[in-house]
Design a protein around this ligand. Sequence first.
Ligand code: HEC
Ligand code: HEC
Length: 229
Amino acid sequence: MPGKSLFIGILSVLAMVMVSMELSFAADSRSAVKKARNMPEIRGAIVYKAYCVLCHGERGDGQARATKLYEERGLSLALTPHPRDYHEKVIREGGTKVGLSEFMPAWRDELSDQQIEDLLYYLDVVRDPVARGEVVFKTNCVLCHGVKGDGKGRASVLYNPPPADLTRSDKNDQYKIMIITLGGATMGRSEVMPVWGEQISAQEIRDVVAYLKTILVVPAPESLPIVDE
Ligand code: HEC
Ligand code: HEC
């Protein structure tokens, strides 16, 4: 019967359309999120923020709140010419062990081997705004904006309007800094986009915006240069 095969034909076309829609709307899988967050740099960044920022600064440049307390010139981890095993030794055993200041504590009793190893990974990237920004993004933004920043986070299906596809943003850096700092509602957008200004620092916001530039698949709109404080 020709009618029946036509019917089956239409059904199978429909099924194909539905599968491809499902694919293009598919949110991140749980394992994709876990994988993205399981980078040693991300774990290391958390340890660094808890224990090292106070003296070495968010950018690892020795510009920190406590810097003035110690008359040290060597707090910048950015200028360090030393290899990884030297860093490991300083971190484990403290400054005096290598002839540096006693104000650099020994961390071996406070941090686990895993934490120290993760820290060493983070020290390799702490000077790089984009790498720092990737850590900020993967720590705070992926559940909505997706591991790839394409708006397909695991929670994205809950919201209308959906989280923006940040790989195709037509907003410049200044706008992004504002919406991240002040939240969506203040900018006349969805209140689902949270206010981050009280949870992450101005430096972290500049860093995440630097990272967002690198994931764009469309040309970046013109922005004024972002200056460090
Ligand atoms: C109380 C302040 C303080 C804290 C907290 C601190 N440091 Fe230090 N750190 C110092 C001082 C001071 C020096 C030595 C500077 C000098 O003598 O030139 C130093 C030196 C270092 C060096 C050696 C740099 C080089 O190549 O010469 C590394 C690496 C280092 N710190 C990593 C860390 C890490 C990682 C943490 C967090 C777990 C941390 N520090 C926490 C004060 C601190
Ligand atoms: C709870 C979900 C959620 C989280 C978490 C979230 N966002 Fe958003 N974000 C949104 C939504 C929804 C929008 C779209 C608002 C609209 O269109 O009105 C948005 C919009 C944006 C925009 C505007 C983009 C454009 O092109 O207009 C930027 C930039 C942005 N988010 C960055 C971030 C960053 C960076 C983080 C992490 C620090 C973050 N968001 C975390 C939900 C979220």
